[in-house]
Design a protein around this ligand. Structure first.
Ligand SMILES: [Zn+2]
Length: 455
């Protein structure tokens, strides 16, 4: 009896059926691998593109777990590559060559002005079979606060420029990425009204920062391993990305990751059937701090006016002083001794407003969870004391604020912790408080602040 017949007749128990499904999966993956080798002539070891996912932007208008509840319906170990801000011939062409050598298809979020300057660069993306989305006309890093009319203009002009470069409207996917991921509801609503799908990301490799190519590689692989699948955001205009990309792709292949190419649905090409839950990646947990891009808040602010609005304006590819388009296009500027654009110091310290006891601080960095024992003891004692005396959270928060005066209260708490350690109680307190902190967002925030103070 063939496998298909077995499944059809239902003559298999649950365990057996699972085995059959597994076997089918294995057969499929062997078949895919065989197909990949054939499909990538001259590159027998290519990573390849394992499948094409057809999505309906209208059914899923916002994707990417860095900011939205939904992301692409990927299976474990499936990755979607995205490249922003191009085309910029020298680097973008190298990215295209690297992808071609691996027979990998990606999605490019192109800038209107770049498309005007390098229309042939956009056509190269299309000719290589990649998906092309847009990323505004001028790449403003103020989409979160600009007038909606201006935002609409940026979106529309970007699309018009890329379409003009392509000379073929159908070659442009209704995929859009907001510059700097600086989302705003009005912008998202407008995009949805135009049938455009907003792509955030599931993880980054920080390739717009002034870090080495090997650091880009490390971050890409480390964050991919943490997520297990997802949309990776890269920049094809960056030399460090060009340098890191071959290694990233080789490592993905070595670790069993597969590349998925995403294309929009059309009347001739229906969306890949999916279940709603496939669009949900594992929900973000409080113990996994990934980044602090503005997420859609799931709560109502009592007083929106008191919100801190961290300026995230340099989270994208531009430096402190953004290079002008003329500079980007001026290939000879370095040869003529024209200095490179100034580099921004990174990471930046965002000054806290004076009255910040109620605001949401940025999500703490990952290493925040490597808590020195001293701090834990302080927290443990603080929470014990809170329970005992009913001191409000807020008071402790204020006390723990960075740059706060070294109040007698905090001195007393530290004294407590020393005492606790000496008396052998600190170990118990340590374990207890760590558990409490992980379970309680308020404690987490508090912990972050205490950590900052003790750093
Ligand atoms: Zn960008």
């Amino acid at each position: 009896m063939g496998i298909q017949n077995l499944l059809k007749t239902g003559n298999v128990g649950v365990g057996r059926r699972r085995w059959v499904v597994l076997s089918l999966g294995l057969l499929a993956s062997v078949a895919t691998r065989a197909a990949l080798a054939e499909d990538c002539p001259g590159h027998p070891d290519a990573l390849g593109t394992s499948r094409t996912l057809v999505v309906d932007p209208k059914a899923h208008p916002r994707i990417g777990t860095m900011q939205y509840p939904e992301t692409l319906p990927l299976q474990d170990h499936e990755v979607v590559l995205t490249f922003d801000d191009g085309p910029l011939p020298r680097n973008s062409n190298q990215v295209l060559d690297i992808l071609a050598a691996q027979c990998v298809k990606a999605t490019f979020f192109t800038i209107g002005k770049m498309a005007q300057a390098y229309p042939q660069g956009v056509r190269k993306l299309r000719d290589a079979g990649h998906s092309i989305g847009t990323h505004t006309q001028d790449h403003p890093l103020t989409m979160n606060k600009m007038a909606i009319e201006r935002a609409q203009q940026e979106i529309d002009d970007g699309i018009a420029s890329v379409k003009a470069a392509l000379g073929d409207d159908a070659a442009l996917a209704p995929f859009f990425r907001i510059p700097g991921l600086l989302r705003a509801e009005g912008v998202e609503n407008y995009l949805a009204s135009q049938g455009l799908q907003v792509w955030s990301a599931d993880f980054l490799a920080d390739d717009w920062r002034h870090i080495s190519a090997s650091r880009v590689y490390e971050l890409a692989i480390k964050r991919l391993e943490q997520k297990g699948r997802g949309i990776l955001l890269l920049h094809d205009i960056q030399a460090r990305t060009v340098a890191a990309l071959p290694r990233i792709l080789n490592e993905m292949k070595a670790r069993g990751y597969r590349i998925v190419h995403v294309v929009p649905a059309s009347p001739e090409r229906p969306a890949t059937p999916t279940e709603p839950q496939q669009w949900q990646l594992h929900p973000p947990t409080e113990t996994v701090a990934i980044s602090h891009w503005p997420k859609i808040p799931s709560f109502v602010f009592a007083d929106a006016g008191a919100l801190a609005a961290p300026s995230l304006s340099d989270l994208d590819w531009r430096d402190e002083r953004s290079p002008t388009l003329a500079e980007l296009l001026d290939h000879d500027r370095i040869g003529r001794g024209v200095p490179r654009p100034q580099q921004a110091p990174w990471p930046r310290q965002w000054p806290l407003p004076a009255d910040s006891s109620d605001i949401a601080l940025p999500v703490p960095a990952e290493n925040i969870f490597e808590i020195p024992e001293k701090s834990l003891a302080v927290i443990a004692m603080a929470s014990h004391r809170e329970e005992a005396t009913g001191v409000a959270d807020r008071e402790i928060d204020r006390d723990a604020k960075p740059n706060a005066a070294d109040t007698s209260e905090s001195r007393r708490l530290r004294g407590h912790s020393r005492h606790a350690r000496r008396s052998g109680k600190a170990h118990i307190a340590h374990r207890g408080s760590a558990r409490t902190a992980r379970d309680n967002p308020r404690e987490l925030k508090h912990l972050a602040q205490v950590r900052k103070r003790s750093a």
